[in-house]
Design a protein around this ligand. Structure first.
Ligand code: NAP
Length: 165
């Protein structure tokens, strides 16, 4: 199953200058908790924003580049159809599409679950979450985040499931 996992701030901002616009350790912890033991699928720009392939989970990268440009542990796919095929071959596995905008845009017709963190703060951005058709999804969970010194924003974790008609 394909799951989008992302955090967005006001105005659907998700990125700035190749990185996250904010520092929100509670969301990084959530990311680690839900993806560990599963699979992440990242665009090459998002993958480049990581210090290295993320440990204790399968790393899949979407790129037109040669696989030789990536660590040997990484699975390299070269088209959205290749991602769809990869997912179809693994129907019971949780495959977390972790961005960026290009992947969220190209795979929105295929995604089964949405794991969204909404940060109620404004940041400069150059990358935005595409408009998703939320009428095709039902919310299955909502958990406000804890605001504290290290996480100085209001934020909420939500999960949505595609409505099967
Ligand atoms: N807030 C969040 O939750 C979140 C999540 C993820 C990312 N981000 C941020 O978003 C920004 C990056 O997002 P982005 O949209 O610019 O880039 P991206 O989606 O991460 O990566 C784009 C790259 O993916 C590859 N790609 C895209 N479509 C492809 C296709 N159909 N076939 C083969 N390869 C394909 C291409 O790689 P090649 O050029 O190598 O061919 C393309 O340049 C960063 O600032 C990052 O920090 C934020």
């Amino acid at each position: 199953m394909l799951i989008f996992l992302w955090a967005e701030s006001q105005g659907h901002v998700i990125g700035f200058k190749g990185q996250l616009p904010w520092h929100l350790p509670a969301d990084m912890h959530f990311f680690k908790t839900v993806t560990t033991g599963n699979t992440i699928i990242a665009g090459s720009k998002t993958f480049a924003s990581f210090p290295h392939a993320l440990p204790n989970r399968k790393n899949v990268v979407l790129t037109h580049q040669s696989a030789a440009n990536f660590p040997a542990s990484v699975t390299v796919l070269d088209s959205f159809d290749a991602v769809r095929q990869y997912a179809a071959q693994r129907p019971t596995e949780k495959l977390f599409v972790v961005g960026g905008a290009q992947l969220f845009n190209g795979l929105q017709a295929d995604v089964d679950f949405l794991y969204r963190t909404t940060i109620d703060a404004g940041f400069d951005g150059d990358t935005w979450m595409p408009a998703l058709d939320y009428s095709k999804f039902q919310r299955i969970n909502r958990q406000p985040g804890v605001r504290n010194e290290k996480n100085p924003y209001d934020y909420v974790f939500e999960q949505f499931q595609r409505i099967v008609d």
